[in-house]
Design a protein around this ligand. Structure first.
Ligand SMILES: Nc1ncnc2c1ncn2[C@@H]1O[C@H](COP(=O)(O)OP(=O)(O)OP(=O)(O)O)[C@@H](O)[C@H]1O
Ligand code: SF4
Ligand SMILES: [Mg+2]
Length: 340
């Protein structure tokens, strides 16, 4: 049984422009102690997926639609009572965000904020919570943790604050940590250190990790498996190795092609042309077709399902090219694997 099993998740928002189908039929699983990466460009529904798991979607304007299911440790999160939900958040599932500053209160010391979490969730006394908090700061690599405990957030660098957020997330020994772009706001050297720390903590504490990023380079360093999202849907799944070495979906191929080589991390070599369409207005047929150099008439007629790759359900891609009958109808002039 997977630790987290999301089935047919649909999270929609009512906006002035219409209904934004931000997450539109996402199914994924995370095993005990596993690291799953979610990758995709801005606006493809990564954060909304994560917030839905914790039921943190503001309603209105958001709504998790009927038929969606989010099972954690065999408990349906979409049906649990608010008190149980509060217990799960923090105790069993923790989340860290891109901007640590927005998650911390600027008027309290970081130590006070860690202490409060420890007192609330672990029932420690003030003195015990301070000792445990200082130990946690040391564990996440903060030098002079005893002094740092009494610092205010603005007195710490972005990298240090992200370490504090990881300490807070770990304080309740969660079984699942959701990290939404945890290194995006940091400079490259610090990014690598924070990723190393996440991996070290995950192994040490036996946590599962759901890592959200727009950077396949981050996925390559950390994840066991990957789901690639586009247009509120999963367009490809596989192991990290499969995704990086044998991507099947044209979108994944585009993401890989735009991955900078070693030594030129700030260079975007071949960005995918065009932009992600609006969630209120996904194109009919394949949602990627306006940007896909392989597209043909079939892609406009109807949307492809996730099709198995190599006959395995754990490896799939949402593209008509993977259906041999459909791909055959694309025309003899087309060389498979070559853009038209
Ligand atoms: N509160 C909201 N009201 C209306 N639309 C929303 C709301 N939150 C998210 N959306 C829409 O949902 C879609 C998916 O957003 P989401 O934040 O999940 O993208 P993302 O993949 O995390 O992107 P990024 O890489 O920029 O963080 C977007 O089109 C966004 O406009
Ligand atoms: S279904 Fe068509 S448009 Fe969509 S990714 Fe495949 S080839 Fe491209
Ligand atoms: Mg996001």
């Amino acid at each position: 049984m997977p630790l987290l099993e999301v089935t047919d998740l649909r999270t929609y928002f009512t906006t002035d422009a219409g209904v934004a189908r931000a997450v539109d039929g996402v199914s994924l699983q995370v095993g005990v102690g596993e690291t799953l990466g979610i990758v995709g460009e801005s606006g493809c529904g990564k954060t909304v997926t994560a917030l839905s798991v914790l039921r943190l979607i503001p309603s209105p304007p958001g709504e998790i639609m009927a038929g969606s299911s989010i099972r954690f440790n065999d408990e349906e999160l979409l049906e649990v009572e608010p008190a149980r939900l509060r217990e799960i958040r923090g105790n069993e599932i923790s989340m860290i965000f891109q901007e640590p500053m927005t998650s911390l209160n600027p008027v309290f010391t970081v130590g006070y904020q860690i202490q409060e979490v420890l007192r609330l969730h672990r029932g420690l006394s003030k003195r015990e919570a301070r000792a445990a908090g200082v130990a946690l700061l040391a564990e996440v690599g903060i030098p002079e943790p005893d002094q740092r405990f009494d610092a205010y957030p603005h007195q710490m660098s972005g990298g240090m604050l992200q370490r504090v957020m990881i300490a807070i997330a770990l304080s309740c020994e969660p079984r699942l940590l959701i990290a939404d772009e945890p290194t995006t706001a940091l400079d490259v050297t610090i990014q690598a250190q924070i990723l190393d720390l996440l991996v070290e903590m995950q192994r040490k504490h036996g946590m599962a990790l759901l890592l959200i990023t727009h950077d396949l380079g981050v996925i390559a360093e950390v994840c066991d498996r990957v789901v690639v999202m586009y247009g509120g849907q999963i367009v490809e799944t596989g192991t990290t190795e499969e995704i990086l070495t044998r991507p099947q979906h044209p979108y994944t191929q585009g993401l890989l092609a735009s991955l900078p080589g070693i030594g030129d991390r700030d260079v975007r070599l071949n960005p995918i042309p065009g932009t992600v369409p609006s969630a209120v207005d996904w194109p009919d047929g394949c949602r990627f077709r306006d940007r896909c150099s392989f597209a043909w008439e079939r892609c406009a007629e109807s949307a492809p399902d996730l099709l198995p790759v190599d006959g395995r359900s754990s490896r799939s891609a949402r593209c008509w090219l993977l259906d041999p009958d459909e791909a055959a109808g694309r025309g003899a002039h087309v060389t498979p694997g070559e853009p038209t």
